[in-house]
Design a protein around this ligand. Structure first.
Ligand SMILES: *Cc1c(COP(=O)(O)O)cnc(C)c1O
Length: 814
């Protein structure tokens, strides 16, 4: 892309406030953290309900970014860069993309629907790429922001576009339509109910149809309601399992050995098509692809030969634990220029080591000549500070000399036979390859081998929950996030990295060693240590951690070490006991605290805090108010006597929700970040973060009278199908959850836990569930939720989360 800013100012109806006259830009960015931001980037400072990218502009100017689309110019940035001032930066991004789209004329397929968009898009890309230079949305970039970014990646060499559009409420589709301008529409699936953002299913369908307003044709599964909602002049190309009037009538389906044969009628002839899937969703998605190929006049032999090769689509970037202390980012299913850019950004945000390695296959369909393409890839590699590149494939091998520190192999097999020599250790490795290279094999070699139970952590959900609580804060109230106990069991460093990106103000840990491992992992945020033992004071100082001081004895001990080390104004936090009676200065020791610190230059009170005992329980509202009053009184006294201006804070998650008037200068968010609220009404607004998954090891049928497990605690009354799952109390699943009390989810159905839970395994009843060995199961997540389990077991979600053993592998994704 190369766009003159002069041309876009009138398009955006904007005002130019610049140091220099408008120049050319080559890329568009909305991610302040991306190392791909350069002097040739145009940065759109997007503003969300709870976040505002204008705060990153000063940092971006520092690293050389010159051009910004903003709603206002931050005071400290005035005169330091070029600003395109608009009313709304998201609208501007969309208008810019719509303008850019209008510069190209080739067929563009627009996909929408409740499910299947990304799969159909990936499959169509695969099916059509032998004949077209395809540009498509990377991953599931289908939102108000993702769609414009996808479209802005078009270049002169592309001759077919495939873009998906996802909406959650009315009036969104019109905007996406203007950006995509599809010439061909595909409605993948509309689901049977309406989502929260719509009044009715009909309204939802009508809204989705707006994507096809100017399309020459719409492909869809015939359905009375959709027909009713179709815009009057729309030309359609429809299919159906039961309506003979459809253009393509699929009259028979035969399923055998995980594949399906479809028999269909089209233009008076009958055809057969074999696809390598048997589930309903995949069959429907494959038919959407068939329809498009028929519309493009492909013959049935070509269609069959390509469709036989369809594959399951992996949509997520996964972070995995590797061998020799490596961490892996697994993106082994696609290789195109756009998704490489996204993966490199993700690598930067998740890197746990200075050394970053990229294992990359040949890249297909860039729309560029190979020489241009690998030059661009090389620039990306340089700007992302990649330490070594391992190229795999005939083509990338030829361009070896474009990269510094690069080894290439002609094939995955050649890489595998040289694996030992490559000495992978202490590095973060991005594995990115086109499907045909079968990089799964490389992931397998590099991945630490553990058992099949994993706790999957959704990083997007964490960001979402953080923003939810931030939106409850008054202006200028800071936020400390508690990442103690390994991020409430969810993973310490990965979550801390994400929080650092979101610029939270503080992290809180329970013990010094937790803070030290965050520092060793490269976290720079201030970190408060809630329970610093006297023996850890030296380490605290050495790692720039900040101790919470809660008694005179601790204060004197810390002062002694700090004086000895000649420290000046070392930050400490003073904890007051206002009724929790756990840690903290009591009211009668405050005077001596003040006397000790008067005129002291060795330490500085960075904050004063206290902790609420029952912020979640409104029955004890009076008690909580009395805690807040006492905190106010004691902290005000310290502030006045010492003439200082520290941060004051008392609210935890439930406090943020229930006592908004006590935010002072900071709040301490804990459990809420991890998607759990103590309040059922609030729970609805949070996103689930952790999903504990395992697999079925074995299935057997037992007859009436037979028993299951230790102590024969389950006796079958009738023939029962029993599945064994490799997770037990040593993984943190309470034995109280066994013997018919609890359940797990298999294929969205409840499977009751029968018999006693063993150390490493448990058994469930799957008599009514159509499942096989190797199928994935969910121990907790969307269902059952952690809160539900806690309630049934008479405990609190905190205990369930933090009980999950360290031997359970954590996998992070977005
Ligand atoms: C754990 C903790 C918090 C966070 O509590 P949540 O209920 O998880 O939000 C806040 N402050 C202190 C002192 C804590 O120990």
């Amino acid at each position: 892309m190369s766009i003159s800013l002069k041309n876009i100012i009138p398009v955006l109806n904007a005002q130019w406030i610049g140091n220099s006259s408008p120049a050319e830009v080559e890329t568009v960015s909305i991610d302040s953290r991306s190392l791909q931001n350069t002097s040739h980037s145009l940065f759109f400072a997007l503003v969300g309900p709870n976040n505002d990218a204008h705060i990153f502009i000063a940092d971006l100017i520092e690293i050389g970014v010159q051009n910004f689309v903003v709603t206002y110019i931050p005071e400290e940035c005035k005169g330091k860069a070029n600003f395109i001032v608009v009313e709304n930066t998201l609208d501007a991004l969309q208008q810019f993309a719509a303008y850019y789209r209008s510069l190209f004329e080739f067929p563009v397929i627009g996909l929408t629907g409740s499910n299947g968009k990304t799969i159909v898009k990936e499959w169509l890309n695969f099916l059509l790429s032998p004949d077209f230079n395809v540009i498509r949305s990377p991953k599931s970039y289908n939102s108000q922001v993702g769609v414009p970014l996808s479209v802005l990646a078009i270049n002169e060499k592309h001759n077919l576009g495939i873009f998906e559009a996802g909406i959650s409420t009315v009036s969104e589709m019109e905007k996406l339509e203007a950006v995509i301008k599809p010439t061909i529409g595909i409605l993948t699936n509309i689901g049977s109910s309406h989502d929260e953002g719509f009044n009715s299913l009909e309204q939802k369908i009508k809204e989705k149809q707006l994507l096809f307003k100017y399309s020459e044709v719409v492909i869809y599964q015939k359905n009375n309601l959709v027909d009713k909602c179709m815009l009057p002049k729309t030309k359609t190309f429809s299919w159906s399992f039961d309506k003979e009037t459809a253009d393509v009538f699929v009259f028979k389906k035969e399923t055998l050995n995980q594949s399906t044969t479809l028999h269909y009628k089209f233009k008076g002839n009958t055809y057969e098509l074999n696809i390598p899937f048997e589930d309903k969703a995949s069959i429907e998605n494959a038919i959407s692809c068939l329809m498009l190929m028929l519309y493009f006049n492909y013959d049935s032999v070509t269609i069959q030969s390509r469709m036989l090769l369809l594959f399951p689509v992996e949509m997520r970037l996964k972070v995995k634990t590797g061998i020799n202390n490596c961490s892996l980012i697994d993106d082994s299913y696609s290789s195109d220029f756009q998704s490489l850019k996204i993966a490199l950004d993700f690598l930067e945000s998740q890197k746990q080591f200075q050394n970053k390695t990229v294992i990359l296959s040949d890249i297909f369909q860039s729309g560029l000549s190979n020489d241009e393409l690998y030059s661009k890839v090389s620039q990306l590699i340089v700007s992302n500070n990649i330490s070594r590149v391992i190229g795999i494939g005939e083509t990338i091998s030829k361009f070896n000399d474009k990269f510094a520190n690069c080894i290439t192999f002609k094939s995955t097999a050649e890489f595998v036979s040289n694996f030992e020599k490559l000495d992978f250790a202490n590095e973060t490795i991005l594995i990115k390859g086109a499907r045909s290279f079968e990089f799964e094999e490389i992931v397998y070699l590099l991945e630490e081998k553990t058992h099949e139970t994993v706790l999957e952590i959704n990083l997007n959900a964490i960001s979402y929950n953080l923003n939810f609580f931030k939106s409850k804060l008054k202006p200028n109230v800071k936020i400390m996030v508690m990442v103690k106990a390994f991020g409430y069991g969810n993973g310490g460093l990965e979550i801390a990295k994400l929080l650092e990106h979101h610029k939270v103000d503080y992290l809180g840990v329970a013990f010094a060693d937790e803070g030290i491992s965050l520092r060793n992992g490269g976290i720079h945020l201030p970190i408060m240590v809630l329970n610093p033992e006297n023996t850890s004071f030296s380490a605290i100082i050495q790692h720039q951690l900040e101790p919470e001081i809660y008694c005179l004895k601790g204060l004197h001990a810390f002062l002694k070490i700090a004086k000895h080390k000649n420290l000046k104004r070392f930050p400490i936090h003073i904890k007051l006991d206002t009724g929790m009676h756990r840690l903290g200065f009591e009211e009668d020791s405050v005077n001596e605290l003040i006397a000790t610190l008067k005129g002291n230059e060795t330490v500085e009170i960075r904050s004063i805090l206290s902790h609420l005992a029952t912020s979640d329980d409104l029955k004890h509202r009076d008690f909580t108010i009395s805690q807040i009053r006492l905190f106010d009184k004691l902290s005000s006294n310290i502030v006045a006597e010492l003439g200082i201006n520290p941060i004051r804070h008392i609210l935890n998650t439930s406090g943020i929700s229930n006592y908004p008037d006590a935010q002072y200068n900071m709040v301490r968010l804990g459990i809420g970040l991890y998607g759990v609220s103590n309040d059922t009404a609030e729970q609805k607004y949070l996103e689930n973060v952790g999903t504990l998954k395992s697999v079925i090891s074995q299935i057997r049928s037992i007859s009436a009278g037979e028993s299951v497990g230790y102590g024969r605690k389950f006796m079958a009354e009738k023939t029962t199908r029993v599945a064994t799952i490799p997770i037990g109390y040593a993984d943190g699943i309470s034995r109280a959850w066994g013997n018919g009390v609890g359940f797990i989810s298999i294929k969205d159905k409840k499977a009751k836990i029968i018999g006693s839970i063993c150390m490493d395994m448990l058994m469930v009843d799957v008599t009514e569930i159509d499942c096989t060995e190797g199928d994935r199961v969910i121990i907790f997540g969307e269902s059952p939720t952690v809160s539900y389990i806690a309630k049934k077991l008479n405990t609190i979600p905190y205990e369930i989360l933090t009980s999950i053993a360290q031997r359970v592998k954590r996998v992070f994704y977005r």
